[in-house]
Design a protein around this ligand. Structure first.
Ligand SMILES: C[S@@+](CC[C@H](N)C(=O)[O-])C[C@H]1O[C@@H](n2cnc3c(N)ncnc32)[C@H](O)[C@@H]1O
Length: 259
């Protein structure tokens, strides 16, 4: 397995899984992955995580802490895909809570819109096409900004973090859920086995594409370690940056405030 969490060899390069690719080429490759996985995305999440992704997303929605009353509260869920996180936040909040899902992939958004309609949430959750690196929203327009399992797919993470800071109001909170580094002895061996054997096989059987799921696994290994990612969040201007590890380090929840 190649070295994990490594920096690209040139500022014009980045990683697409374990491959080094041009910064300007990565997004199209990522889009192709999510075009392929969109129809089976939610089912695959349940199968790959044994349903635990639901618990992680509940923890994220609780941390967003939308008011339970009619007070207006605007949340942006970047890379929100099929709406899984947005629905939890909307259901946790009162009548004043509005969640905007912004994602670059129309296929993922299409699944999300249909799910919102079925849940009767199409008034409180809206879906918009947009790139995390150039968000289509004015400065200081949201009370909270979340991103779940999305940031590692973005080619220029520093640019996206600056955008999250820009669109938050003063006193607004940024929360990021992302796969991280397992540091429990027996769990890391099991995690490696599942990552490189079980998940691509599941991808082939259920979603008809092992390669897309191999990318998802590899991209996790390339993502910065939690301390390094916390430094990137601080460098974007966020204050009181912190993180907590969940499930033995399988996932980290990072937090920062625009103050
Ligand atoms: C692993 S999915 C996560 C979806 C959802 N947040 C969840 O937790 O179920 C990653 C999402 O990131 C989106 N994405 C990738 N690059 C993006 C970008 N530059 N800007 C916005 N969304 C992006 C993909 O289209 C995909 O929907």
């Amino acid at each position: 397995m190649p070295a994990t969490n490594g920096a690209p060899d040139s500022p014009r390069n980045t990683h697409f899984g374990f491959r080094t690719v041009g910064l300007d080429d990565k997004q199209a490759m990522v889009d192709e992955v999510f075009d392929k996985v969109a129809p089976r995305y939610d089912l695959m999440n349940d199968l790959m995580s044994g349903g635990v992704h639901r618990v992680w997303k509940d923890i994220l929605a609780t941390a967003v802490n939308p008011p339970r009353n009619e007070r207006p509260f605007a949340v942006l869920d970047v890379a929100g895909g099929t709406g899984d996180v947005a629905f939890r936040i909307a259901e946790a909040g009162g009548t004043g809570t509005r969640v905007t899902v912004c994602d670059i992939n129309e296929d993922m958004l299409g699944v999300g819109r249909e799910r919102a309609r079925q849940r009767g949430l199409d008034d409180s959750v809206i879906f918009m096409t947009g790139n995390a690196e150039s968000l289509p929203f004015p400065d200081r327009s949201f009370d909270a900004c979340s991103i779940a399992f999305g940031i590692r797919n973005v080619p220029r993470i520093d640019v996206a973090l600056a955008e999250f800071h820009r669109v938050l109001r003063h006193g607004g909170r940024f929360l990021c859920l992302e796969f991280s580094t397992v540091d429990v002895p027996w769990l890391d061996a099991l995690y490696d086995f599942c990552s490189f054997n079980v998940i691509p096989a599941l991808g082939r059987t259920v979603a008809g594409d092992a390669g897309a799921y191999r990318y998802l696994v590899e991209s996790i290994r390339r993502f910065p370690k939690p301390n390094a990612f916390a430094d990137m969040i601080s460098a974007a201007g966020f204050r009181r940056v912190s993180f907590r590890m969940l499930t033995g380090g399988v996932v980290a929840l990072h937090s920062g405030w625009r103050l």
